[in-house]
Design a protein around this ligand. Structure first.
Ligand code: NAD
Length: 244
C-alpha cells in the first residue's frame, strides 16, 4: 500500500520544474493527481493536465471544478505556480508589480478559494504553498519577487490559523536556488551561461543547486497524513542558504 493511496491532489504550475517533480512524486506515492497550468499539454499520464491561468478567477474556478469532479474530490492542494522579477524598487513599473502579485499571491488566494469546499470534505486535507527563501533572506535585485513571496509566507500562516479548526493544514516550502527550467532561462540569458552557472553553484552553501525532486519531497511530506500535526510552518530546502 502506498502512503497517498485514495487521496486526490491538485498542483498548480505542475507542468514544469518543482511543480512537475511534485506531481510525479505524489502520483508515485499513490495519489490521483491533476495539474493546473498555462501549458497542460506538457503533462503526461498518469498526471491529468488542465488549463488554468491563476491570474484569472473564472479560469481557476472552471479548472478546479473539472479536476475535482474527475478525481472524485480533493485532499491535497499545492499552490506552486509563480513568476519571477528582477530589480530594485526603481526598476519595476507598477504594472509589473500588479502582474507578479496577481500571479504569485492572488493566484494562491483564487485557487485555495475554489478548492476549499472540496478540501472540507476530506479527512486528510492539506495545502502547501511554494514560497521562497526570498521571503526572508533580503536578496539584492529582487524587491518585487521578495515582496510577493513575503506575502505568500504571511498568507500561509494566516490560512493555517483560519482553517485548522476545520481540519485543513496549511504549510509552505522555502526553496533556495533550484535547478529548474526557470533557472535555465535566467542562465541562458547570461553572456557565459556555463561560467554563470558555476558562480551560482559556488554561492550555494552546499556547493550545488537544489534539485526539484528535493523540494518535491518536502512538499510531499507536508502534504501527507504523516505530517498531521504540522501546520503554519515554512520548511526551507536551500542547502543552508537562509540560515547562514
Ligand atoms: P518553472 O518556470 O519551471 O515552472 C513554473 C510553472 O508555472 C510553469 O509550468 C508555468 O507554465 C506555470 N505558470 C506560470 N504562470 C502561471 C499562471 N499564471 N497560471 C498557471 N500556471 C502558471 O518554475 P519553478 O522554478 O519550478 O518554480 C515553481 C515555483 O517555485 C514558483 O512559485 C517559484 O517562485 C518557486 N521557487 C523557485 C525557485 C527556483 O530557484 N527555481 C526558488 C524558490 C522558489
Amino acid at each position: 500500500k502506498c502512503e497517498l493511496d485514495g487521496l486526490a491532489a491538485l498542483v498548480t504550475g505542475g507542468a514544469s520544474g518543482i511543480g512537475l517533480a511534485t506531481a510525479r512524486l505524489l502520483a508515485g506515492r499513490g495519489a490521483r493527481v491533476a495539474v493546473l497550468d498555462l501549458d497542460p499539454k506538457a503533462v503526461n499520464e498518469p498526471l491529468a493536465g488542465y488549463f488554468a491561468d491563476v491570474s484569472d478567477d473564472t479560469s481557476v474556478r472552471t479548472a478546479v471544478e473539472r479536476a475535482a469532479a474527475d478525481l472524485g474530490g480533493l485532499d491535497i492542494l499545492v499552490n506552486n505556480a509563480g513568476i519571477g522579477a528582477a530589480g530594485t524598487v526603481e526598476d519595476n513599473p507598477d504594472d509589473q508589480w500588479h502582474r507578479v502579485l496577481d500571479v504569485n499571491v492572488l493566484g494562491i488566494v483564487r485557487t485555495t478559494r475554489a478548492a476549499l469546499p472540496h478540501l472540507r470534505r476530506s479527512a486528510h486535507a492539506s495545502v502547501v504553498n511554494t514560497c521562497s527563501i526570498a521571503a526572508t533572506a533580503g536578496l539584492p535585485q529582487r524587491a518585487l519577487y521578495s515582496a510577493s513571496k513575503g506575502a505568500v509566507l504571511s498568507l500561509t500562516l494566516a490560512m493555517a490559523a483560519d482553517h485548522i479548526g476545520e481540519g485543513i493544514r496549511v504549510n509552505c516550502v522555502n526553496p533556495g536556488t533550484v535547478d529548474t527550467p526557470w533557472i535555465g532561462r535566467l542562465l541562458g540569458a547570461a553572456d557565459d551561461p556555463r561560467a554563470e552557472r558555476a558562480a551560482l553553484e559556488a554561492r550555494q552553501p552546499h556547493g550545488r543547486l537544489v534539485t526539484a525532486e528535493e523540494v518535491a519531497a518536502a512538499i510531499a511530506y507536508l502534504a501527507s497524513p504523516t505530517a498531521s500535526s504540522v501546520t503554519g510552518t515554512a520548511l526551507a530546502v536551500d542547502g543552508g542558504m537562509a540560515g547562514l
